[in-house]
Design a protein. Sequence first.
Length: 294
Amino acid sequence: MITVFGATGHTGGAAAAHLLKAGKKVRVVARHAEKLAGLKKSGAEVRVGDIAEAQLARDALVGSEAAYLLIPPNMTTNDMPAYQSRIVDNLSSAIEAAGVRYVVLLSSIGAHHKEGTGPIVAVHHFEERLRKIKGLNSLFLRAGYFMENTFMGMGSIKAQGVYAQPMPADAAIAMIASSDIGAYAGRRLERLDFSPNTVIHLLGPKPVSQNEVVATIGKAIGKPIRYVQSSFEDMEKGMLQAGLSRSVVDVFMEMARASAKGLVAPEEGGPIEHGPTTFETFAKEVFAPAYRAS
């Protein structure tokens, strides 16, 4: 049995789909049963609930040889660090109690830093917690910036033809399509070919600058887009106006500033693998259809 947490998300869903296609016995876990209907129809065993509840995490892992782990995003919490810590504790304790032998963790570039990187600090602690479990074979996927994060700019692109980020226009960042992360995780869980504390930096084919982002998206949607470098102050103000809690805003502002300092990057000398999806393909096949449907 392979348990996949976050199975309604981009990466978990792709991992579960790969494993089911490979004929593996899969248990999928998420908060909403209706969103798991497709995976259930494909043969997955379903567990519904919130892994912020310790009992759900324990029940989901009973009898599992392997698991796909992540910290689900929670943009509604009033205490982001406490929420993330609770997920790390719940899943780590459940892994140990169930005697799971293999785990793949969705981590992040920059997770080698123990502080100063916002939400990435939590996956640093998650990695460290899993390293302490005796006999556990663990694969830490330190993924790059999700291409899907560009969806956050869809509103301003549609309304004003503007895409804004607090980084220079020529700043190239490591990006990857989330489907590539899930497919990679699924392949490694299918093969169970990793040893304790294995680290892989998982990136797209090449870094993408902000100028390239707007040019590529503009071509895909048939509309010229202008890039605007926003200030950190404007970014913070916008997040607060969107109704996010002070805790969530503080965590993500720390990550934005860490990124500007070059901290959100692969660990020097660390192994790197590349997903196949280019940003051009993503813009054409994922962003453009979502833009037209919005």
